[in-house]
Write a protein that binds this ligand. Structure first.
Ligand code: NAD
Length: 515
């Protein structure tokens, strides 16, 4: 293993060179299928991880249930104290864990560190939440009665995550879920097992110090089979799934068919709309980051750019100038802005999409190829691409599908209404962004005739949400909400409790059933 990869793994107490156990439920095990962790920038195999056999999976689910039975008796503010300690432990390892995200997922260093910071932030949030998960007292129509709405822990929560946020997405779920009193079973992407092992080790250390069962944060690495087993398990009342629309559709139906609850965080196909009065100094760099950040592999990446015809040439000129300055290369090196795609297969998907654009008569303004210089040849590097498709018809596949790569399609409009219609016409509804200084445009955009996405920004790009607001998208993005806002309310079971403290037992609505 390269010296730098060894150094990162060692700093996170991950043995170098050995086959690693990929299951944790208080004990580490794993004798199932082998997962390979491959560095997307260099092609280096970082580790081999043994995922769960069906027996190991079954055992881990059993331990998780026991852990839940214990955790639900721990008072919520005490669970908050646990989260505070986990926050501290993560924060102490923030930079090296961020470096592991970069090494294994491929995003640049500052984004890798930022992702760990999100986990730290949501722990802070959940510490406060642990003293604020309030129910309600409701007025009763009957004398001497009171009605309470009471939140209680829900059970074991299954968290299935995507490759592109191998740390933060578990954090968003785990922090709220633990504050709510649940045990968690995490199945990460099979291509980012090291990030999940490193996070689990940090959490496990804190659980152990507090005398709590390790299976409060169970890890079960594996592929589709393991995912299916979790989704189908009746011991898991809530499944939080982050991933593609295609898999989300299967997962949503499977959970629903056993009357479980699901939170779905699926694909995005996000647009930025630039009005003629937009501040170009701000809008151009924001679109640049939105389209190229994480090499176009964020669910919130800007994939569609709608430019008002009056400013389109000027805007595209400025944007292309920025594209020309992009520093591509090793994502662990300071100053790199464009790292690799996560897998070889993703390079194929990028090339197919570009080919489709060319065949349909799109104008490729920049990019459209892989890099051919030697320094990048071992990694999955592709040129960020701006194209003007021949048609602006949002029903065309070019516009209506999420291609998880740095390809930005541009359409020109004359009226804001037209741009909003295009914004809303795709199946997905995650993030959206309008650039304007006219308050009338803003009002339209955030109102009933405006964007139908879950994230509706003004003079802020599509990417880069904070943890305080509920995060998620509508329509085929799945309607799920995670992180801040009221998201915590999904991780509890609600009971309506009517209590009679009078000497009579009247029925509601004046119903008379006397004999
Ligand atoms: P993916 O759908 O291929 O995989 C997601 C997870 O599902 C993985 O852990 C995978 O092993 C598991 N899985 C696969 N088949 C399964 C099955 N039949 N049953 C249960 N689990 C199964 O997604 P990906 O390629 O890892 O991630 C990229 C996608 O995730 C993009 O579409 C992106 O937009 C989306 N995403 C969405 C959000 C959001 O918050 N909306 C955030 C991050 C990523």
């Amino acid at each position: 293993l390269s010296t730098r990869a060894s150094a990162i793994l060692s700093s996170l107490d991950i043995p170098v060179g050995a086959e690693l156990p990929g299951v944790y439920d208080g004990q580490w095990s794993g004798s199932g299928e082998v997962l390979e962790s491959v560095c997307p920038a260099t092609g280096e195999v970082l580790a081999r991880v043994r995922s769960a056999t069906p027996d190991e999976l079954h055992e881990a689910l059993g331990k998780s249930k026991e852990a839940y039975l214990h955790l639900r008796t721990v008072p919520a503010p005490k669970r908050g104290e646990l989260l505070r300690q986990i926050r501290e432990a993560l924060s102490a390892k923030r930079d090296v864990l961020g470096a592991l995200v970069t090494l294994e997922m491929g995003k640049i260093k500052t984004e890798g560190i930022g992702e760990v910071q999100e986990f730290v932030d949501i722990c802070d949030y959940a510490v406060g939440l642990s003293r604020m998960m309030n129910g309600r007292v409701v007025a009763s129509e009957r004398p001497g009665h009171t009605i309470l709405e009471v939140p209680n822990p829900i059970g074991v929560v299954g968290v299935l995550t995507a490759f592109n946020f191998p740390v933060a997405v578990y954090g968003w779920n785990f922090a709220l879920s633990v504050a709510a009193g649940n045990a968690n079973v995490w199945k990460p992407s099979p291509s980012t097992p090291l990030c999940s092992i490193a996070v689990t080790k940090i959490i496990a250390g804190v659980l152990e110090k507090n005398g709590l069962p390790g299976a409060v944060s169970t890890l079960i690495t594996g592929g589709k089979n393991v995912g299916e087993a979790i989704v189908e398990s009746r011991d898991i009342p809530l499944v939080s799934f982050t991933g593609s629309e295609a898999v989300g559709r299967v997962v949503g139906k499977a959970v629903q068919s056993r009357f479980g609850k699901s939170i779905l965080e699926l694909g995005g196909n996000n647009a930025s709309i630039i009005m003629p009065d937009a501040d170009m100094q701000l809008a151009v760099p924001a679109v640049f980051f939105g389209a190229i950040g994480t090499a176009g592999q964020r669910c919130t990446s800007t994939r569609r750019l709608y430019l008002h015809r009056a400013i389109a040439p000027k805007f595209l000129d400025a944007l292309q100038k920025l594209y020309a300055t992009i520093n591509v290369g090793d994502p662990l090196v300071d100053g790199t802005l464009l790292g690799p795609l996560h897998t070889r297969a993703a390079v194929g998907i990028y090339s197919d999409a570009v080919q489709r654009l060319r065949q349909s008569g799109a104008e490729i303004l920049t990019g459209g190829k892989t890099y051919d210089h030697a320094a990048l040849s071992q990694g999955n590097f592709v040129q960020p691409t701006i194209s003007i498709p021949k048609t602006a018809d949002p029903a065309d596949k070019i516009w209506s599908t999420e291609t998880f790569a740095p390809i930005l399609n541009v359409g020109l409009f004359d009226e804001l209404e037209q741009a909003i219609e295009w914004n809303n016409a795709v199946p997905q509804g995650l993030s959206s962004s309008l650039w304007t200084r006219d308050i009338r445009n803003l009002g339209k955009w955030i109102g009933p005739e405006g964007s139908d996405a879950g994230i509706v920004n003004v003079n802020v790009g599509t990417s880069g949400a904070e943890i305080g607001a509920a995060f998620g998208g509508n329509k085929s993005t799945g309607w799920g909400r995670e992180s801040g806002g009221d998201a915590w309310k999904q991780y509890v079971r609600w009971s309506a409790c009517t209590v009679n403290f009078s000497d009579a037992a009247p029925l509601a609505q004046g119903v008379d059933f006397s004999t």
